[in-house]
Write a protein that binds this ligand. Structure first.
Ligand code: AMP
Ligand code: MG
Length: 418
């Protein structure tokens, strides 16, 4: 008799996974290894930025009082007493109607309080004239205007992107503490699977899930150990999963989680004594997605269907990995868009449709990526998002506003949104 499984809603499934995704710990890394990691400490300004009043332009540093009364008919002359390039400092005080040539980023002389851009002057021999008065503080980049010493700038738990690296460098973080990255194990199950280099033979297909998941992990900077492909054979598969469990922090298997004669993952979980968190999710593709846990390690049983496998990774594996690394915003950001073609297939389950979002005719539109059954592989190669159609809907017509989950986005959001 076929086992009856009770589907749980996607948000519940995500919550169950996240409850079991625990921190992999922290470590110290050098700044040049920080990109893509998660901050284990907040970035607090160690000093003011900029650290001194400086010139935002190439021009002349003057005392604003000396510019009083300047106009087109009453040009005020200044004599230039020296030059300050970026990295240099003024050597002597500025007297009445005196100026320094000053370059962008250079520290303002103590007694200067404004900068006149070259474009606002007429150069003379040994000096220049101006035709308007300047106020104190005009054209000055003030000490601390960007960040004040002691200010909390970026919270612990944030993903480090190139801008974060710039900030860390600004404060001299030659090394910093980050969340450890978990190590993933991947096993592709299926007697029908061939390696990428193999010729097709009757009844067989090439393993596309294994390489795809390696790439999905690589996109997140996660190291993986590949356990290759295994035929649908209970003893062998159990041994490989058991071996993997002793070597990695979590395991992703593909295939074998349904109710077919050769779907052995349920039996493997049982043999190993793993607790199954769920084995049916009210979603398409990927309703058979199964997640189990053993000794605190997650075992993701993704469907063998490529589209379902791809989606299962992005919905469940990705946020779990981010949480293991300590990330406080592990979910894909949501956006809405106008559906650009009919998508009328009714379904009682929440639908995730591979699609492309772009800006067209003044609005953000979403174009489904083509053939989108759960066994599709062509459409997963297109697109930059997933359209989400809630459960119980009868499909949507062109022009309807739909939710999108953004894939491959640099930073995420704190809450699951659909
Ligand atoms: P399963 O989840 O094992 O029932 O497999 C569902 C479908 O996905 C079947 O058509 C399999 O042949 C196919 N499939 C399973 N594993 C892979 C894989 N690694 N790469 C591509 N297709 C696969
Ligand atoms: Mg199979």
């Amino acid at each position: 008799m076929v086992e009856m499984r009770k589907p749980i809603p996607v948000d519940e499934a995500v919550r169950a996974v996240m409850e079991h995704a625990s921190s992999t710990g922290i470590e110290t890394v050098k700044l040049d290894e920080a990109y893509g990691r998660v901050l284990a400490e907040p970035i607090i300004a160690k000093h003011d930025v900029p650290p001194f009043d400086r010139s935002p332009y190439d021009g002349f540093a003057i005392r604003s009082v000396d510019s009083a009364g300047a106009s087109g008919n009453n040009r005020v002359p200044f004599s230039v007493i020296g030059e300050i390039g970026a990295g240099q400092v003024a050597q002597k005080p500025i007297g009445e109607k005196e100026a320094y040539r000053i370059m962008t980023g250079a520290q303002l002389p103590e007694d200067a309080d404004t900068v006149v851009m070259f474009e606002q002057t007429t150069e003379l021999d040994g000096g220049f004239t101006i035709r308007k008065p300047f106020e104190a503080g005009e054209n000055v980049s003030f000490k601390g205007e960007d960040a004040k010493e002691g200010e909390l700038l970026i919270e612990a738990g944030s993903l480090i992107h190139p801008g974060t690296v710039a900030l860390l460098a600004t404060f001299g973080y030659a090394q910093l503490t980050v969340g450890k990255r978990p190590v993933a194990g991947i096993l592709s199950t299926g007697t029908e699977l061939l390696d990428v280099a193999d010729e097709l033979v009757p009844g067989k297909i090439r393993n596309s899930n294994g390489p795809m998941i390696e790439a999905q992990l690589k996109r997140m900077g996660i190291e993986c150990r590949s356990y290759g492909m295994a035929a649908d054979e209970l003893d062998t598969c159990t041994e490989i999963v058991e071996q993997a469990l002793s070597e990695v922090d979590f395991i992703i298997t593909t295939g074998g989680v349904s109710v077919g004669d050769y779907d052995y993952l349920p039996a493997i979980y049982e043999r190993l004594g793993a607790t199954v968190l769920f084995n049916k999710v009210a979603m398409r593709p990927g309703s058979v997605t199964t997640v189990a846990v053993l000794n605190g390690k997650l075992l993701f049983g993704l469907s063998g269907n490529p589209s379902a496998c791809f989606t299962g990774f992005e919905l469940f594996v990705r946020p779990a990995i981010l949480k293991m690394m300590g990330c406080n915003a592990p979910y894909m950001p949501k956006m809405s868009a106008v559906l650009w073609e009919d998508f009328t297939k009714p379904n009682p389950f929440m639908r995730f449709i591979r699609a492309t979002w772009e800006f067209r005719d003044g609005k953000v539109i979403a174009l489904p990526a083509g053939f989108n059954k759960s066994n599709a592989v062509s459409s997963i190669a297109r697109g930059n998002c997933l359209i989400v159609l809630p459960s119980g809907t009868r499909g949507y017509e062109k022009g309807a506003v739909v939710d999108l989950l953004l894939i491959g986005s640099e930073t995420g959001v704190q809450e699951w949104t659909v």
